[in-house]
Every structure is written in C-alpha cells, then in structure tokens.
Design a protein around this ligand. Structure first.
Ligand SMILES: *C1O[C@H](CO)[C@@H](O)[C@H](O)[C@H]1NC(C)=O
Ligand SMILES: *[C@@H]1O[C@H](CO)[C@@H](O)[C@H](O)[C@H]1NC(C)=O
Ligand SMILES: *[C@@H]1O[C@H](CO)[C@@H](O)[C@H](O)[C@H]1NC(C)=O
Ligand SMILES: *[C@@H]1O[C@H](CO)[C@@H](O)[C@H](O)[C@H]1NC(C)=O
Length: 619
C-alpha cells in the first residue's frame, strides 16, 4: 500500500515535471523554477548562522523579451545554509536581472532586503532601473529612481548606508574630451567617466556626486593604449568603477577595475590616495588587479582596514594564477604610507574569478566570498580555513555578488496550497496536498485541516515536519476543502493558507479510476472525528494530537519514496504508472481496512525527473 501511494504521487510528480535537472519545480508555484545548489561542507559546525542571498542571471544585459528563462528563474533568491530555497523573488520582479541582492540589517531594528533591478530592455528612458528596499514582509519600503542625467541605475552597487536614509551607487557617464593625456592634445574622443553618487533612498535625489572626469586621466587606465583610435559615443570605458563605500568620517572608497586602483575620496571630492594601479601612493607588500567590492571594515580617516576581491584577472588577461579575498591594513600616517595584507583567502578551487565577485565579513569573523560565475561561493573561518563551498547545479547562471545574513521573512501573502484527489476505486481515495510559503523563514512543521465547506469546522488531518521548500502530504480519503498552518519549532502559528478546494481528475477513468460512480468528497467529521476538538483557529489545543495510528518515521518514508522514485524513474510516465497501479488493484482492495485506519501518513517532496538544457554562454 505504501508503495502504491508512493507510485501514485510519483506518477503525478513526473507528469508535472519539466526537463531541467538543474532547476527545482513546485506544484504550489508552477510559475517558478529556482536553481538547485550543490553544497559541500568541510566544517558544518563552524559556519556563521544565516541565509544565502544570490541573484542568478543568465545574460548580464537586458534581453529582447524571451521565454528562455520562463518559468521564472532570474532575480533575487534566498536559500538556507543547506541550499534549500526560502524565497524566489523572480516572478515578483518579472524575471528581470537583479544585482547586489542582500539583507540590509543596518536600517533599523528589523531586517530588510536591498537590491538593484536592472533597467528595462527597450530603454526609452522610462525605466532606468531602481534601487529597492523591501521590508521583512516583502513589501516595498524604498524604490530609489535615477533622477539625474544618468541613463540607468548602474548595476554594480546599491550600498544602503546605516539608518537607510541614503545609499551609494556607481556613476557611469559619457563625456567628450581631448586626448592630451595620450599625447594627442588636438584630438577629441568620447570616454565613459566613472564615479559614485550618494542618493536619497526615498526620492533618488543626488546628495553627493563625484566623477573621474577631469580627476583621473585616461592614460592611468590599464585598458587604454596611446595609439587607440578616438571613440564615438558612448566612449571608452576607461575606468570601470564597480564598488563604492563610505566610512564614519564621511569619506568614500571607490574601486575602479580598469585602473587596478582603489581610490580614497574625501567628502570634499579630492582624491586623497590611490591604492594600486600605475601611480600607487603606498609601500605595498602585495599586488592586486581587476578588483571588486572594496569595503571599509574599520576606518578613522588615517588608518583603515579594507577588504576586497582581488580578481587578478579579467576577460582578456591575468596577473596572478588564482583569485583571492584580501584584507589590507592601511596606515596613512607612515612615510611612505603603508598597505599590508593581513589576510588572504585564495579561491578554494584554485580558479580565477574573471568577472565580478564579493567579499563579506560575517559577525563571527568568518568570511563569505562570492566568486560569481555559476554562483560559486565559499565560507571561511577567521584563519581563512575553508568551511563550505557551494555552487549552482546549473552552468547557465551567475550571481554578481553572493552574501550571507541572518534574516526573518514574514511574507504578507499566505502559504500556497494545492490539493488533488487520486485513487483507483472508492476504497482507496487519497488526497495529495502540496504546501509552500514563498519567503517565510522559521517554518518547522505544517498541520493540515479539512472541512465540509468553506465555512465548515476545520478537522485536523495530520502534521508533518517541513524538510524542503515544498512539503507534500498524503491524507486518506477524498477531502474537499483543505487548509495548512505553518508552525515554528515551538509550535507557534506563523501563518495559514486559504481554504482550497481539492482538484479532481477531469476524467476519472483516464486517471485510472475503476469504481462504479464518480467519487463524492468524504466527510472529514467521520474520517478524522478523533481530532474534531482541534481547529486551525485555536492553536492552544494543537499540541495533543491523537497518536494511535501507525506513524511512519519521516526519514524512513523519505527514503522509501526516493527508492520507489528511482524504480519508476527508468520507466516513467503516467501510462506505465496506471498499469502498475491497476495491477495492484486487488491488493489495494485487500488492504482497504488498513487504509481506513491509517488516516494520516507523512511523505516528503521528491526531486522531479529532469534533464539538462543547453548551457548558455554568460558574459
Ligand atoms: C576580476 O574581475 C574582473 C572583471 O570584473 C575580471 O576581468 C577578472 O578576471 C577577475 N579576476 C579574478 C582573479 O577573478
Ligand atoms: C532599536 O532597538 C533599540 C534597543 O532595543 C532601541 O533603543 C532603538 O530605539 C530601536 N531603534 C529603532 C529605530 O526602532
Ligand atoms: C598621463 O599623462 C599626464 C599628462 O600628460 C602625465 O603627467 C602622467 O604622468 C601620465 N601618466 C602616466 C601613467 O603615464
Ligand atoms: C585611528 O586609528 C589608529 C589606529 O587604531 C590610531 O592610532 C589613531 O590615533 C586613530 N586616529 C584618529 C584620528 O582617531
């Protein structure tokens, strides 16, 4: 019986599944396909608490509208530390590219999310992209527009500063200039100047602006050569800024990848010093290049501890063999000024992060590094020892940066529930329930209820632990109105689904039903009468669920499901399933008595059968 129930659920699962092994799919969220993670722990105990924040994208620039990332796969996602999906925000932002997605826990005492939604494909100027801050209910708190002459919200940075009133973003702006710095004073060219802006998060008003135009010459760039022919609009991307930060003194740190330089810029707009590049101001005991994500960790104006990703390479060249996360101590009172590496964490797989990346210091002193391509990320202890590596199961996606933060998600929408009834005759009808709650953290278990009608009394059907984003539960009988309640580990109610009617096969015969008449819903007051004193509305009584029936150990059940799944996987398909189910028909009738007593059993979600799509080149 167990086996046939399993086959039943699997057959339906595989009918719903699509052919993408690197993506998850859900009965409750059919419009979402989230990326799977491959996770390897080297020391599970030593990692910091928190969730992963990633924003997978396939192509880094906005595309012609296409179905290729549908159902929704691109955009902000939260996973737990085992790679289990917590939130897929892909559909909420229309599958558009999202960058710098993280928890912003420096605004007030609550957790928030911040990120950039990239400008739209056909940029007629109407949608230049935005910086976003959401609250923990996923409701919009700030939507920061581009209000100045800039053509788009630059994708590299949306650094919401403490208190949340302002945020830093990168500036890219075309300028027309002579080429005196290349020894060609009478020639003119377009260049793309780079810099930073500090914005009012509510209005987008520019409160501070600094541009490399007239401050940094093109011959400082490692990408521009003296014999380059002059450029038309938009011009040479000669500096390529990719991060901006601000310290407590009010000065700024700007990373420019095509200068191999990190600049310290005073609040008055002066370049105070340059770290790295062609004109370094420091005595340095290290080299770096093509860096990303420069951050102040400590800074009082004269002494600084900064971190950044030393890519050491780019699309065209590399200066070192391996990328690294660097922590650098800077003393500007020494003469000459000194910059010393205090920690270097090499990329664990020995590779080069040719584009993008991030370095985040966690509250316990661990380091969380996003190596970008394929979502490769790692966590290290304070001595740099490798604790965890993970990457997308897919080769088709990258994440510009990856972060880890504590987070509490309490969505303003209810859990999603889908129920369907299955069976081969009147005696073995079962109701298959799928439930999930996109964005909710801290769910430990689900309770399921059935009623005779929308406003009928809710009878407890059963309870199961949450072990994955989507939880499956199989209840005996044909239950028509079903609800689910999410509970935390202490049994507190976090939220509850709307009452959903159970879907019936459009054609019972084709679905394998062999009984005499079309089934009618069971009365939950008869089937689950022993639990009638309990109600979803009244959580006080929920601890004492009657427990006379033979419960199946969830882990054993999960293993059995997977085993059976492996069995049908090779054969696959609903038709085969029907044959199997029919051949079990006699057996089913024979154990009807058992089924009626069984009342409730827990099963767990099964990975769906999928095959891989063609890999896409990413930029
Ligand atoms: C760092 O990123 C740049 C581009 O953003 C890339 O060109 C370079 O190869 C990267 N280097 C490493 C070591 O990751
Ligand atoms: C945050 O919490 C602290 C301590 O509980 C309190 O003093 C402060 O007023 C709170 N701040 C905000 C913005 O709510
Ligand atoms: C760039 O050009 C300026 C002006 O000609 C010159 O002073 C400076 O030394 C040059 N910089 C480099 C790195 O060659
Ligand atoms: C900045 O920090 C350094 C090192 O901790 C200290 O020696 C120096 O006095 C500080 N400067 C100011 C202005 O606080």
């Amino acid at each position: 019986m167990l086996l046939s129930s399993i086959l039943l659920s699997l057959a339906f699962g595989s009918v719903l599944a699509e052919n993408d092994d690197d993506l998850m799919s859900f009965v409750t969220l059919p419009k979402v396909r989230a990326l799977k993670f491959e996770v390897m722990y080297h020391d599970r105990e030593a990692v910091a608490p928190g969730y992963w924040f990633v924003a997978p994208y396939g192509i880094i620039t906005p595309e012609v509208p296409t179905q290729q990332w549908k159902p929704c796969q691109v955009g902000p996602h939260i996973y737990d530390a085992d790679g289990m999906l917590i939130w897929a925000g892909s559909c909420m932002f229309d599958n558009r590219n999202v960058f710098d997605f993280k928890a912003a826990n420096n605004i007030d005492n609550e957790t928030h999310l911040s990120f950039i939604v990239q400008h739209a494909y056909h940029d007629d100027g109407s949608d230049k992209g935005y910086g976003y801050v959401l609250d923990q209910h996923y409701d919009k708190q700030f939507k920061t527009p581009v209000t100045n002459k800039l053509t788009e919200f630059n994708m590299h940075e949306y650094n919401v500063l403490d208190g949340g009133k302002t945020a830093l973003a990168c500036l890219y702006h075309s300028e027309h200039t002579d080429l005196a710095a290349l020894g060609r004073p009478h020639e003119k060219s377009w260049i793309i100047a780079g810099g930073l802006v500090e914005l009012d998060t509510k209005t987008g008003e520019v409160l501070f602006e600094w541009s490399s135009f007239n401050n940094i010459l093109v011959n400082d760039s490692v990408k521009i050569y003296p014999n380059y022919p002059a450029s038309g609009h938009p011009g040479w991307d000669y500096i390529h800024v990719n991060s901006a930060d601000k310290n407590s003194v009010g000065d700024y740190l700007l990373s420019a990848r095509f200068m191999n330089t990190i600049y310290y810029i005073s609040k008055e707009g002066e370049i105070v010093w340059r770290l790295g590049g062609k004109r370094p101001d420091f005595d340095m005991d290290f080299v770096f290049s093509k860096q990303h994500h420069a951050r102040f960790l400590e800074s009082n104006g004269t002494h600084h501890l900064i971190s950044f990703m030393n890519n050491a390479s780019d699309e065209a060249e590399n200066e070192e063999d391996v990328s690294s996360a660097l922590y650098v101590q800077i003393d500007t009172t020494a003469s000459p000024m000194t910059a010393r590496v205090v920690k270097r964490i090499n990329r664990p797989d020995g590779g080069l992060t040719r584009l993008r990346g991030s370095v985040q210091t966690l509250p316990n002193g661990n380091t969380f590094v996003g190596w970008s391509e394929r979502g490769y990320q790692s966590e290290h202890d304070p001595d740099g020892n490798l604790l965890m590596e993970a990457k997308f199961a897919s080769t088709r996606f990258s994440s510009y940066r990856s972060y880890k933060f504590p987070f509490t998600g309490r969505p303003s929408w209810p859990p999603d529930l889908v129920a369907s009834v299955h069976g081969t005759d009147e005696t073995d009808l079962t109701t298959l329930i799928h439930v999930s709650w996109n964005g909710a953290t801290d769910i430990a278990s689900w309770k399921f209820y059935a009623r005779n009608s929308l406003d009928g009394f809710a009878y407890l059907v059963g309870e199961t632990k949450k072990t994955d984003f989507e939880t499956m539960y199989i209840a005996a009988g044909y239950l028509d109105w079903v609800t689910a309640v999410a509970l935390d580990k202490d049994g507190n109610q976090l939220g509850k689904s709307k009452a959903q009617r159970t879907k019936t096969p459009s054609n019972w015969r084709l679905a394998g039903f062999q009984g005499d008449s079309t089934p009618k819903p069971d009365d939950p007051s008869i089937l689950y009468s022993s639990k009638k004193d309990e109600d979803a509305e009244d959580m006080k009584d929920m601890g004492n669920m009657e427990d006379s029936q033979s419960h199946i150990d969830p882990e054993e059940a999960a293993k059995a499901v997977v085993k059976a799944y492996e069995m049908v996987r090779g054969v696959g398909g609903l038709l085969i399933f029907i044959l199997v189910a029919c051949s079990l028909g006699g057996l089913l009738a024979g154990i009807y008595y058992h089924l009626r007593r069984r009342r409730a059993q827990a099963y767990y979600e099964v990975p769906s059968d999928e095959t891989e799509r063609q890999p896409m080149a990413s930029t």
